[in-house]
Ligand binder design. Structure first.
Ligand SMILES: [Zn+2]
Length: 288
């Protein structure tokens, strides 16, 4: 798989988005990762949201993994593992390096005993709310030598790297200014060095808005999972707004949300093809 194609990890928080994602995967015969954020769990409820995804995953004709995105809370991680998540991300990258290692190791030990994978992050992949004390984009990047030590010490299964991508759409003017200090969206040289330094699969967060060309280059350099959320949300929202403008009289939620779900599915299919994950489902054994 390495260098040839990658898996999309799409975020969901409800039934419609989950359906759009899984229909896209089935249409493209792609193995996929469906992931939840802490915010999504707060919005929908853990049992409710995990229940929807697990049910759809069981019925799906393609392998679907259930992953928890950025989580600082070990207690919540334990709960999710016991809910049947196939992998979890412990993200305490805001802590000093040694602390990050210590807590990540504890999570790995708990998860591995239960057959669950762990992802962790080194460097900081930021969103609009996290930029207060940041001066330059370079300050946030994953250091390859530190990455090697981190993976060796923690025995994590996948590593989220900070190489220039960010979460969401930059709206804060200060954020936009900092982003201008980065030469290119993705620092491919850094990615190459990290790839040489560590053996575990690499994950790129904030892949919405990264050019198709850079995504393909990142796949060749060994990124095997791309987290994609914003682009699907934008597709969903645009279709929703257009639909309501065109048919202001509709009041049936199914007719309001249906076209938005279809638009999200289309966008997800586009991303699957961009990552060349289409027609790869048969190579995977089904997950739980
Ligand atoms: Zn992320």
């Amino acid at each position: 798989m390495l260098g040839k194609y990658a898996l999309p990890a799409f975020n969901t928080q409800d039934l419609e988005v989950t359906l759009g994602i899984i229909r896209a995967a089935e249409a493209q015969k792609a193995p996929i990762i469906v992931q939840t954020s802490v915010g999504a769990l707060e919005y929908a409820g853990i049992e409710e949201l995990a229940g929807i995804i697990k049910t759809e995953a069981r019925k799906a004709k393609v392998p679907v993994a259930l992953h928890q995105d950025h989580c600082k809370d070990f207690g919540l991680i334990k709960k999710l593992i016991n809910q049947g998540y196939s992998s979890v991300m412990i993200d305490v990258s805001h802590l000093p390096f040694k602390e990050n290692i210590k807590l990540t190791k504890q999570v790995v030990s708990y998860a591995h005993k239960r057959g669950v994978w762990v992802q962790a992050e080194l460097g900081r992949i930021l969103g609009n709310e996290d930029w207060q004390d940041v001066k330059s984009g370079e300050d946030l990047m994953t250091d390859p030598a530190q990455a090697a030590e981190f993976v060796r010490e923690t025995r994590i299964d996948t590593l989220a790297v900070a190489v220039g991508s960010w979460h969401g759409i930059p709206i804060n003017p200060k954020v936009k200014k900092i982003l201008k200090t980065l030469k290119e969206h993705i620092d491919l040289d850094r990615l190459k060095q990290i790839r040489k330094a560590v053996k575990v699969p690499l994950v790129l967060h904030g892949a919405s808005g990264v050019s198709d060309k850079q995504i393909r280059q990142a796949i060749r350099l060994g990124v095997v999972i791309f987290n994609i959320d914003t682009d699907l949300r934008v597709a969903f929202n645009q279709a929703l707004i257009q639909n309501l403008k065109k048919h202001p009289q509709i009041y049936d939620p199914r007719k309001i949300l249906g076209p938005a779900t279809d638009a999200l599915q289309k966008e997800a299919e586009k991303k699957i093809k961009l990552l060349k994950a289409n027609k790869q489902a048969r190579k995977f054994k089904s997950t739980r």
